[in-house]
Design a protein around this ligand. Structure first.
Ligand code: ADP
Ligand code: MG
Length: 579
């Protein structure tokens, strides 16, 4: 591996802007870091280059730990968004600059300069000043300069940012060519998904300081693991689906045996929607009837919006008040042949089919705020944590007054405070897979403590924690606690188990977290860890809710200061959920 990042964390004013990023880049690989503005891409790139110190973690280049090595000794070439050429120096001198500071002899410098100008197709331009070159040419010089000292890796931060579309495309091609020719391990940062698709061997998607997913462009597009990636890499309809033994369907009605199907987040890409005149003509899987509401524009690709029947699929985010009695809108795109086969107009009734549905492996589908009365349910729904999770997950936060026969689908949320423990116990023994206990006015957590009460619940708990942590900018610690008197060998085994669970979570969910094993009593250690941070939250896993010792949990759920507690009941969690 030529670039290895291990739990790299960088904070500004105490808040992580790069949060536990772990990543391996192979020799010769072209990795694109993609993410919206402010997601931490530049900070991460600068940390690799040694231009920014990090607060936690390790950086290794070509097997050498360079975490504490200064930038010049890291052998990296860096290209900035703005050309950053020396205005008063000729192109030749600009390129030779990095060699001069490294005390390379003049004959060798000249030979290298010539070689590099040829590489970036600017032969003979040695004596010009930067101002005499176009933007695209200047950026080529910047690339040549970054490569002058024969770096082992090339890092580029939005190198095409300031260029217009045509030149950008041309420069892309040049950079890809040079990268292949030199077999240069490269990381390029961009916020432009088209650029990422055009250049990358692999794309790493960043959001709020986290590296959410990393994979081949087509894998990320067809099988994203997260809501953010599925909507950031192209258009997607996010729908609440229900997993049955015969596949995903869109009705939550109980199955034949009376069992309630599991709620999941399903992705239907606009191009995977089939439209026909009636249900019988649908060749794919029938989803719903609908009415064409908008035809956005014709041409090679036609974009439509179809209002689905009110008993059709529920979008993941139907708006704040839940169902309005009106069906949801579906984004559809159709190729020219499809348009020819079945022309449609606004107002027309159609049957809707799905050629392919991708179910996200996320264990959190939606939330239901459960309270004794309307006002309390609404207060809970509007609590900072639930509001933020609902918005960032683009998911439904429903309300429910009183308990029904069984826990609601998705994740029930209840208020901490009096009677919270009893309500929690009821939900966990009445079908809840996860339960969120929220102090209605508590601010968002910035420190998440994860603990599992037994080994069986590790996997499901870390899956839920990963899903949560993608949406709150909090640092997480997976805490193991063992009686102080336990033997050395037992502690070793426990630590190995924690690390294995962490690696599995990293592999399964792409999300890293710190691990620590402490001697002590579970209740006391958790209380202590939570109390050490003002805005902390607990994620607690169990495979047997009946075995929970409620006395200490009760003091956590009903005492002050109240903190959010997410309980994962792994006995009801699905095994690795991906379809
Ligand atoms: P990106 O390159 O993805 O747009 P950055 O890495 O530049 O994101 O920034 C990530 C976050 O860190 C932003 O919220 C930004 O405001 C903050 N940030 C970056 N540099 C500094 C700094 N020197 N001091 C304080 N905050 C910073
Ligand atoms: Mg940036």
């Amino acid at each position: 591996m030529s670039i290895v990042l291990d739990q790299v964390t960088k904070r500004y004013q105490g808040a992580p802007v790069v949060n536990d990023v772990s990543l391996n880049v192979r020799q010769g690989e072209f990795l694109v870091l993609l993410g919206p503005s402010g997601s931490g891409k530049s900070t991460l790139l600068r940390a690799i280059a040694g231009l920014t110190e990090i607060d936690h973690g390790r950086v290794a280049l070509h097997g050498r730990d360079v975490t504490h090595v200064n930038s010049r000794e890291r052998h990296v070439g860096f290209v900035f968004q703005h050309y950053a050429l020396f205005r008063h120096m000729t192109i030749g001198d600009n390129i030779e600059f990095a060699l001069r500071v490294r005390k390379v002899k003049s004959a060798e410098r000249r030979a290298r300069r010539k070689e590099l100008l040829k590489l970036v197709a600017l032969e003979g331009m040695d004596d010009r000043l930067p101002a005499q070159l176009s933007g695209g040419q200047q950026q080529r010089v910047a690339v040549a300069r970054a490569l002058a000292h024969r770096p082992e890796v090339l890092l580029m931060d939005e190198p095409f940012g300031a260029l217009d579309a045509k030149i950008r495309e041309e420069l892309r091609r040049t950079i890809r060519q040079i990268q292949r020719e030199l077999d240069m391990t490269t990381i390029l940062v961009t916020h432009d998904q088209e650029e990422a698709f055009a250049l990358a061997d692999r794309i790493g998607v960043m959001h709020q300081g986290r590296l959410l997913e990393c994979g081949k462009p087509d894998d990320l597009y067809t099988r994203p693991a997260t809501r953010f990636v599925s909507t950031f890499l192209g258009a997607a309809n996010l729908l609440l689906g229900y997993r049955t033994p015969r596949g995903v369907r869109f009705s939550s009605a109980p199955m034949a045996g009376g069992e309630v199907p599991r709620e999941v987040v399903a992705i239907l890409r606009p191009e995977e929607v089939e439209l026909c005149a009636d249900e019988l003509a649908i060749k794919s899987n029938f989803v719903s009837h609908g009415q064409v509401e908008e035809v956005l524009f014709g041409g090679a690709v036609e974009r439509l919006r179809v209002r689905m029947a009110s008993d059709g699929p529920v979008p993941v985010a139907p708006g704040r008040e839940g169902s309005t009695g009106q069906g949801s809108l579906l984004e559809v795109s159709r190729t020219l042949p499809e348009q020819r086969d079945f022309p449609v107009a606004v107002g027309q009734r159609v049957a809707v089919g799905a050629r392919s549905i991708h179910v996200l492996p996320t264990p959190i589908s939606s939330f239901t705020a459960v309270a004794a009365n309307e006002a309390a349910a609404r207060e809970l729904r509007d609590s900072p944590l639930l509001l933020t999770l609902g918005t960032r997950m683009q998911t439904r936060v429903a309300t429910r007054i009183g308990r029904f026969e069984r826990a609601p689908p998705g994740m029930p949320a209840i208020a901490t405070g009096p009677d919270c423990a009893a309500a929690a116990e009821w939900h966990l023994t009445h079908g809840a897979v996860q339960l969120l206990c929220v102090p209605p006015t508590a601010p968002l957590p910035n420190h998440v403590v994860i603990h599992t009460l037994d080994a069986e619940s590790r996997r499901a708990t870390l899956a839920v924690a990963a899903s949560l942590l993608r949406h709150v900018a909090a640092e997480a610690i997976y805490l193991g606690i063992q009686p102080a008197a336990s033997a050395e060998s037992e502690r070793g085994a426990h630590m190995r188990n924690l690390l294995d669970a962490r690696s599995a979570a990293l592999a399964d969910h792409g999300l890293d977290m710190r691990t620590e094993l402490r001697p002590g009593v579970v209740a006391e250690e958790l209380q202590k860890e939570l109390a050490a941070y003002e805005r902390s939250m607990l994620v607690l896993g169990t495979s047997n809710p009946d075995a929970i010792q409620w006395d200490w949990l009760k003091s956590l759920l009903e005492g002050t200061p109240a903190r959010p507690v997410l309980i994962v009941n792994s006995a009801r969690a699905e095994p690795a959920a991906d379809a």
